[in-house]
Design a protein around this ligand. Structure first.
Ligand code: ATP
Length: 330
């Protein structure tokens, strides 16, 4: 059985369609990413899947239950970690977990065992009885991860799980997410606009203007570029572009960092490329540097949309207001 099945899921706000006929499946145990720029429809999709927002059209099943007809069954089978902290600051980590266990009818004995194990998994065992208001942002996010798994959900939803955290804390949070996925076998659905985070997923859906424009493994998506990317810096890039066109029939692109060439087998092209640049050009061209890299997801997004994913972030306060509005509307 698939953990999530979405079929032509659509959400309109007045005349505006935020999510348009989105269909996809997430397999059990899969780490699945929704990657897209701000405003692409990621949060709207995750809110529908979590039953926080009703779809205008289309259907979805999460953990085998329909999100519209069986919202309560869905809610019991999912864990949520959204970027707005929803912990009670005046309670300790343990008390926050206990409160959650009560809401989800986790028996006391079971709770104590699980809470201990999950706090160890996120390295908070020494802070169990400390008030959450003394925690750093990273510690709070880790506690939210542990809490999200306390009732052993089939699917864990993470909406921009590292938004607003510094790079080192982001890396740590990812170590914990992967560890939790591996030890608990939970399906993880997460949204992000960070390429490096999406890279960790088993599969990625790239979403833009409310539509899925590509869905595949990171490797297959990058294979759409058709090979490797070579960057050459020379004493005269304009002449290098001309020379590469004439002598090798390539389609080089001049950029601020140097001349970019896409090639199916970049490693094999480099010697020929060096040859035509260094020999035969009059006056001779000097090659300052040459590098070969695999295409990135950013290259894929640019190829599909003609734009780069920008790194703009909505403020946490704005997101909190939005979540509250969405809850109120149901
Ligand atoms: N309650 C709402 N009322 C009106 N428009 C909305 C509402 N919620 C979202 N939108 C609009 O729908 C579009 C998609 O928003 P959504 O929050 O899903 O995007 P996103 O991909 O998650 O981006 P972000 O990371 O900025 O939240 C945006 O243009 C947003 O302004």
């Amino acid at each position: 059985m698939n953990a999530i099945e979405a079929e032509r899921l659509t959400r309109r706000f007045g005349d505006f369609t935020a999510v348009r006929e989105v269909s996809f499946e997430v397999r059990e145990g899969e780490l699945f990413a929704f990657l897209g720029p701000n405003g692409a429809g990621k949060t709207t999709t995750i809110n529908m899947l979590c039953t926080l927002l009703r779809p205008t059209a289309g259907t979805a099943r999460v953990g085998g239950h329909d999100i519209v007809r069986e919202p309560h069954a869905v809610r019991r089978r999912i864990g949520l970690v959204f970027q707005d902290p929803s912990l009670d600051d005046r309670l300790t980590a343990w008390q926050n977990l206990a409160f959650h266990a009560m809401l989800y009818d986790v028996p006391r004995r079971v709770f104590e065992e699980r809470a201990k194990r999950l706090l160890e998994l996120v390295d908070l065992q020494d802070h169990a009885h400390q008030e959450v208001r003394t925690f750093s942002g990273g510690m709070k996010r880790r506690l939210e991860l542990a809490r999200g798994l306390l009732h052993q959900p089939k699917v864990l939803f993470l909406d921009e799980p590292t938004l607003g955290l510094d790079p080192q804390t982001r890396r740590h949070i990812w170590d914990y997410i992967l560890r939790l996925r591996d030890t608990e076998g939970t399906t993880v659905f997460f949204t992000t606009h960070y390429m490096d985070e999406a890279e960790r997923a088993d599969r990625i859906a790239i979403i833009d203007h409310g539509r899925i424009i590509a869905l595949d493994t990171p490797d297959n998506l990058k294979a759409m570029i058709g090979g490797d990317v070579i960057l050459v810096r020379t004493s005269d890039d304009a002449r290098a572009v001309e020379r590469l066109r004439e002598a090798l029939g390539l389609d080089p692109r001049p950029t601020a960092e140097g001349v970019l060439v896409e090639a199916p087998r970049g490693d094999q092209l480099i010697p020929r490329l060096l040859g035509v640049l260094q020999n035969g050009a009059e006056p001779p061209l000097i090659v300052h540097s040459i590098s070969l890299r695999r295409p990135s997801l950013e290259d894929v997004f640019i190829k599909l949309t003609g734009r780069a994913i920008r790194d703009e972030e909505a403020s946490p306060l704005e997101r909190m207001r939005l979540s509250r509005r969405l809850w109120d509307r149901r």
